[in-house]
Design a protein around this ligand. Sequence first.
Ligand code: MEV
Length: 290
Amino acid sequence: MVEARAPGKVILLGEHAVVYGQPALALPVQRFVTVRCEPAARFQLATKPIIGGDALEEALAELAQEFGGPKLAVHIASELPLSAGLGSSAAVAVASVRALALGANRKLDDAQLLALAESMERRFHGRPSGIDHTTCALGTPISFLKGEPNRVEKLRVKKLALVIASAGPRDASTREKVLGLRAEFERDSRRLEPLFAEIGALATTGMAALARGDDAELGRLMNENQKLLTKLGVSTEAVDSLCVKLTKLGARGVKLTGAGGGGAVIALHDEPERLAGELPNAFVSRWEDA
Ligand code: MEV
């Protein structure tokens, strides 16, 4: 029996704009997807989370080919809320690659892990920027700039705690949200391009704020980012009203995280555990440079 895991992620600043070549900041969360493989008569997905459907089966079958078609039963378990913008599919991809590599006795370097996880993510999401699986694979806060190759740097984080709360089910998948915005971009790139650039500038400013532990500035940047996400049309009434509620409860900054359309919201608050305790299904994730 072999087992491997990968964390989920939050995007602190820069989702969607990152697909269009702007920088974004992402952090792994302390909740994991675990993939366990056991010897079996044939390769099969024995226990699956309620995401991915056929795409997950196909992506795993393709991955199994890469490892010479091992006879394994694959069990996937997730501590992450699924399809909430917290990187559950990226974590499934990374943990699956790790587990199958272990099962096949193959050592992978980071580049190989990222390439295999990316091809799974493409099956789930079409044309993702790559920020999700890169964060889940490296397991460290990163700044990410899409390109050939992507530019990935480890982020300095003096000290940060975020409350991760739920604005309820999403109205569309990440794939649909990204494709919807792509269609809008093709119709009206002159409106969207400056919004993407503004979001990218917030992410760039955010790097220094994170490094010095400046929560006042980070909160301001998150709030600005949320306004721009609303202008992009990826926020919802449920997200907006949760943002208002959390701000009234003292959050310095609140925004959706991930592709939007509902799902997870992140909040920066001086007493994160107290805030999380007041909300259903909320939890706190923390980061600090060693
Ligand atoms: C989803 O977590 C982040 C998006 O920017 C899509 C992507 O970067 O692939 C919305």
